[in-house]
Design a protein around this ligand. Structure first.
Ligand code: ATP
Ligand code: MG
Length: 134
């Protein structure tokens, strides 16, 4: 069993896609074991994406992540990290395969609807970041 952190980003929440995205997650066999809707402060968003500080897209990323409410969730299942990454699709929605969350719900590489942890170490860090008692 593995856990991973999922975020429905503010662009997708604002468009009313959160519920559909949660249904897709559950249909894929992953279990949502924690869930909360929050709005990130600049400090929270910068702490979460510290690894990207200095990259050309960093400012746009922080602006998007603080632009409105988002949904953070902990997913559980066998191979949850890679299975959820596959369900999300390519970072760039234009390259994502049909049926993936980013193909179906995202509009651009900046506003790409969802986040998922990329390895076990980030999953632990990210779950603890939003759910310190987990
Ligand atoms: P995430 O971490 O959000 O799950 P990812 O692991 O697929 O996405 P990362 O390389 O970690 O991609 O980048 C984090 C986020 O930064 C991306 O989801 C995207 O919103 C934004 N991003 C990444 N690369 C670019 C880029 N070249 N141009 C604009 N935005 C980008
Ligand atoms: Mg990433």
């Amino acid at each position: 069993m593995q856990t991973t952190l999922s975020i429905v980003k503010p662009d997708a929440v604002a468009k009313g896609y959160a519920e559909d995205i949660c249904l897709r997650i559950e249909d894929s066999g992953l279990k949502i074991i924690s869930k909360k809707q929050i709005k990130l402060s600049r400090d929270q968003a910068e702490g979460f994406y510290a690894e990207h500080k200095g990259k050309p897209f960093y400012e746009a990323l922080i602006n998007l992540m603080t632009s409105g409410p988002l949904l953070v969730q902990v997913l559980e299942g066998k191979e949850a990290i890679s299975r959820y990454r596959k369900l999300m699709g390519d970072t760039n929605p234009k390259k994502a395969s049909p049926g993936t969350l980013r193909h179906d719900f995202a509009e651009s590489i900046d506003a790409n609807a969802v986040h998922g942890s990329d390895c076990e170490e980030s999953a632990i860090r990210e779950v603890t970041y939003f759910f310190p008692n987990k």
